[in-house]
Design a protein around this ligand. Structure first.
Ligand SMILES: Nc1ncnc2c1ncn2[C@@H]1O[C@H](COP(=O)(O)OP(=O)(O)OP(=O)(O)O)[C@@H](O)[C@H]1O
Ligand SMILES: [Mg+2]
Length: 225
């Protein structure tokens, strides 16, 4: 098997305040391989979002090693991690985080333009994804003119537009009602199946977790399969 896309080896994370250190993740081993889908579940406060931040390189572990694309990332500076993240990672957030002044199409095209694609090529790719997600008729609408489920589908188009190797989604259906959540997950998994990317989803929804290839559970900062 080829090297994992991403590997955490013996990783711990502490947050320190004035006089106490809060240990959030303890001696974690966790790998993500190309193309796989993983659900991360666990109680509130168990460290799920912290784990995603470490995977994304938005934060660094207190101890342990991180390997990205088969390379030890210990000596990567912020700039190199940021470059890796822009090129290789797409994000879907619980609260969508679309840019309010941009249309659906412009929101979806934005990361591609950040990667240096021409506006025409970026728009074409974004429209293709919005079409797959059933949103072509909404391409010119701004987020305030879209429902929550529609906004999250735009965010999914944005996450996949630059063909990242890894999608990280933190409770992507957590702000949606049950029926909408199920439809948005259907849409996400359909786009995902054509992408070849790996997908890590944090979710509180057991039915959503069941639809992914593998499940891990965080409990008090430790991982159980
Ligand atoms: N930047 C920070 N500074 C200090 N403590 C933090 C920080 N980020 C997270 N924590 C603490 O770490 C613990 C884990 O937080 P995290 O957000 O990873 O949990 P979670 O599993 O995502 O929870 P939820 O399901 O509620 O989103 C919590 O106790 C939280 O207060
Ligand atoms: Mg969280």
């Amino acid at each position: 098997m080829s090297a994992p896309l991403l590997e955490l080896i013996g990783v711990s994370k502490e947050f320190s305040s004035q006089d106490a250190a809060l240990r959030v993740l303890t001696d974690l081993d966790f790998s993500v391989h190309a193309g796989e889908t993983v659900a991360v579940t666990g109680p509130s406060g168990s460290g799920k979002s912290t784990l995603l931040s470490l995977l994304a390189g938005l934060d660094r572990p207190t101890s342990g090693r991180v390997r990205r694309d088969g390379t030890d990332a210990a000596d990567w500076d912020e700039e190199r991690v940021a470059r890796w993240r822009r090129a290789r990672v797409g994000f879907v957030f619980q609260n969508f985080r679309l840019m309010p002044t941009l249309t659906a199409l412009e929101n979806a095209a934005f990361p591609l333009e950040m990667q240096g694609a021409s506006p025409a090529a970026a728009s074409e790719r974004a429209l293709e994804l919005l079409t797959d997600l059933g949103l072509a008729p909404r391409a010119a609408h701004r987020p305030s003119q879209l429902s929550g489920g529609e906004q999250q589908r735009v965010a999914i188009a944005r996450a996949y537009a630059h063909r990242p190797a890894l999608i990280l989604a933190d409770e992507p259906t957590g702000s949606l009602d049950r029926a909408t959540a199920a439809r948005v997950l259907d849409a996400l998994l359909a786009v995902h199946a054509r992408s070849g990317a790996a997908l890590v989803i944090v979710t509180h929804d057991p039915a959503a977790a069941e639809r992914l290839g593998r499940r891990v559970r965080l409990d008090a900062g430790r991982l159980a399969a």
